[in-house]
Design a protein around this ligand. Structure first.
Ligand code: MRU
Length: 368
């Protein structure tokens, strides 16, 4: 996608000039929206830290980052022992998003069949394949998902709703920054916007890390999509006022029965949508579907992050520097579950690269 009119992806490999080894470039998402910083990752441990600290984040992107982490590990040491130890560390880094597990398993499945001498080249090649696949899946999600927005737009025109604008509410960041490119929940929005549909996005701020206010708002602005940031508590009220036509969110893991695990707070939006007859969709590439589980509430490990994410907020100081300020009393306890599960009964449909499926029919999206 475009940043200041220049095309970027969120992650890409590059040859180091110093020693001709490969490095991986990432957009450091902890600095957005105030600073656009490219970080160069040279070693496995650096990529592991980038995933842990959320310099890279979003389920599809941490899958891609994990694949490149494996390539960096193999570049240093291609032995079985090192490969397996690196994979084990990655698996523990962010437990909820299944894309990370999927990507690590895919890398291991390939590399363990090869002699150590062939692993380096194969690892970089496979990580690049995972990235290319992610972009294609997201574009397909965009092609399917925009029909929902198109239908809402036609409905608004027929009903002569003032301005016939379609209002879409989204939570967290499931845009191109959460993927290699194009996004999941925002893919239908970009596709509809590019097709000239008059739409507007309500952007949940998404405390505690503010992925909505910091990342979604930034990338929608870069692409010229009209949007308004709202507090996390405002969505239900807007739905009651008839100001939301549909909700589209991403997901970090979806069960075979269509339970949707996504950023904390998604469940409350789904409840409000259900109560107000607002359609609620999750946009999900196939690597985000965990076909091995059925019940999201009992079978998905919810990542708990440090309470400091609630205690401190980052912002731009008057001197232009990024600063953290404390917003809760010193000594106060803070608990920080990072995801929740929306039961399938609250989900209108799941937008995949294969089409749009009611949760009960999600298995129809499964490629053999
Ligand atoms: O904790 P994060 O920022 O890595 O969370 C992931 C997300 O951005 C969302 O939950 C998103 O909707 C799923 S990723 C497309």
């Amino acid at each position: 996608m475009l940043v200041n009119s220049q095309l970027y992806r969120t992650i890409w490999p590059q040859r180091s000039r110093a020693n001709s080894l490969a490095v991986v470039c990432i957009i450091d998402q902890t600095k957005l929206p105030h600073q656009f910083v490219i970080a160069s990752i040279e070693h496995f441990q650096q990529m592991l830290a980038a995933i842990n600290t959320m310099q890279v984040r979003g389920a599809p992107l941490i899958g891609a980052a994990a694949a490149y982490a494996i390539a960096l590990a193999v570049q240093d040491d291609a032995s079985d022992q090192h490969l397996q130890a690196s994979a084990a560390q990655l698996m523990q880094s962010r437990p909820t998003a299944v894309n990370l597990h999927w990507a690590v398993q895919r890398m291991l499945g390939l590399l363990m069949t090869l002699p150590a001498s062939d692993r380096n080249q194969a690892a970089w090649h496979e990580a690049a394949n995972i990235c290319e696949q992610d972009v294609l899946l997201n574009q397909a999600i965009g092609r399917h998902g925009w029909t929902l927005i198109q239908a809402a737009s036609e409905h608004a025109k027929v009903s002569q709703v003032q301005g016939s604008v379609v209002n879409v509410l989204t939570h967290c960041n499931a845009g191109w920054l959460a993927t290699v490119d194009f996004g999941t929940a925002l893919a239908p929005i970009y596709t509809a916007h590019n097709a000239g549909i008059n739409l507007h996005v309500w952007v949940d701020e998404t405390r505690p890390r503010n992925q909505g206010a910091s990342l979604t708002a930034w990338e929608l602005a870069q692409h010229g999509v009209p949007h308004t940031i709202i507090s996390d508590n405002a969505g239900g009220h807007l739905m009651q006022q008839g100001l939301v036509d549909l909700v589209i969110v991403g997901a970090d893991r979806v069960t075979s029965q269509g339970d949707v695990c996504n950023k904390i707070g998604t469940y409350l939006k789904a409840l409000a949508a259900f109560d107000n007859d607002v359609p609620f969709y999750a946009a999900v590439p196939s690597p985000t579907i965990d076909w091995t589980i059925t019940d999201g509430l009992t079978e998905i490990e919810i990542e708990h992050r440090h309470g400091d994410e609630l205690a401190y907020m980052q912002g731009l100081a008057a001197d232009g520097s990024l600063q953290n300020i404390r917003v809760i009393p010193v000594g106060a306890q803070a608990m920080n579950p990072a995801f929740d599960v929306t039961p399938a009964r609250l989900v209108t449909g799941i937008i995949t690269e294969q089409g749009i499926f009611p949760p009960a029919e999600l298995s129809l999206s499964r490629q053999t």
